[in-house]
Ligand binder design. Structure first.
Ligand code: PLP
Ligand code: COI
Length: 365
């Protein structure tokens, strides 16, 4: 049923002019401008997935009693489309996003969008809005698939109706200031996610719950919050909306360590890709627990040489300084380490189509 779903295309009556697109792409920022079209697909319990459309980007009308507005069934994904040297467009491991979207849906008792429909929606949108994919090296078109519950009613139960949407936004560098080390605040008061909770899902509520901690980090003079485990407030989980890596030692012998998937952290696709890239560059990789004491002690002894965060939006961001309730310390002398730079260059070269892609991560759209 779903694999044969075809999209009804309604072209925008007055799409952005080439001049307007050039103006936006000259300084896109992150998530501020949107392309001419969007995709919508509906789901209900009797018909399954139906009514797939590509239509002009527009406001969505919701009944005030739509369940998402009250009980928050809302999940999303984030991936990028990159201009390749031959002018074509490709995205990075989109099947992994499709799979994670299904996992998030399961956790939130929402219907699973079949992978072919997820990937089909990306192709459909790029077919009409491909001219919004920037040419410049550090830029891309950020794709934001998401799903909300739309049934009208105030009973607390899974909605019988859902709306899947895909929108796209040209993206420059995620953090203003580009690749410079960030300062982080170790949050012991607030936690992002707890065992058995929703932390492993890309669930909108996780981001709502993070905002007060991010504000607390800012009050402490830090740019980002680092999440610790909910039980002991001791084991490092993530940084804001990114996964963390720790580098011990230097050069070829450097060990590349990331917190293991605890059930409450998000399994990043960048995280998985960097583990594989680090191994292919000859590093020993480890997925294990890292405590805040180990972080501080080994940063001070010099055994811990680099720390960085990674995710689709910002790719790789070094962590330069760390603050917690009892003090502060620096990593890499507050600069960007060599392993961090090498991994970033290796990953972005694959995404830009300027390096071989032995694992077939790039998928033409
Ligand atoms: N952790 C959280 C909480 C995120 O929101 C993201 C962003 O998607 C990541 C980690 C990194 O995931 P990915 O590398 O798949 O973008
Ligand atoms: C990421 O892609 O790294 C993100 O954290 C996405 C963010 C804008 C929610």
């Amino acid at each position: 049923m779903t694999s044969t779903l075809s999209f009804t295309r309604t072209p925008h009556p007055s799409p952005a002019t080439p001049e307007r697109i050039a103006e936006v792409l000259a300084n896109p920022g992150f998530g501020q401008f949107f392309t001419d079209h969007m995709v919508t697909v509906r789901h209900d319990t009797t018909r399954g997935w139906h009514s797939a459309t590509v239509e002009p980007y527009r406001a969505v009308t919701l009944d005030p009693a739509a369940m998402v507005l009250h009980y928050g069934q809302a999940i999303f994904e984030g991936l990028k489309a990159y201009r390749q040297p031959d002018g074509t467009i490709a995205s990075f491991r989109p099947e992994a996003n499709a799979e994670r979207f299904r996992r998030s849906a399961r956790r939130l008792a929402m219907p699973e969008l079949p992978d072919e429909l997820f990937l089909g929606s990306l192709r459909e949108l790029l077919a009409v809005d491909g001219r919004w994919v920037p040419e410049q090296d550090e830029e891309s078109l950020y794709l934001r698939p998401f799903m909300i519950s739309t049934e009208v009613g105030l009973g607390v139960r899974p909605s019988a109706e859902y709306l899947y949407l895909l929108i796209a936004s040209p993206a420059g560098s995620y953090f203003a200031g580009g690749i410079k080390p960030v300062s982080v605040w170790l949050s012991t008061e607030y936690v992002r996610a707890a065992p058995g909770g929703t932390g492993a899902a890309k669930f909108a509520g996780n981001y709502a719950a993070s905002l007060v901690a991010q504000a607390q980090a800012a009050e402490q003079g830090c740019e980002q919050v680092v999440w610790l485990d909910a039980v002991e407030r001791r084991w490092v989980e993530e940084m804001g909306g990114m996964n963390l890596f720790f580098v011990f030692g230097s050069g070829k012998d450097a060990r590349v360590v990331t917190p293991e998937l605890s059930g409450s952290l998000l399994a990043g696709i960048t995280r998985d890709s960097l583990l594989r890239l680090a191994a292919s560059l000859g590093h020993t990789i480890e997925e294990r627990r890292v405590s805040t004491e180990e972080w501080e002690k080994k940063a001070e002894s010099g055994e811990l040489t680099e720390v960085f965060a990674c995710g689709t939006a910002a790719v790789i961001t070094p962590v330069g300084s760390v603050k917690h309730a009892d003090g502060e310390f620096t990593v890499s002398g507050g600069g960007t380490g060599e392993v961090t730079s090498r991994l970033r260059a290796a990953l972005t070269a694959i995404q830009r189509g300027t390096a071989p892609d032995p694992e077939g991560w790039m998928v033409p759209l």
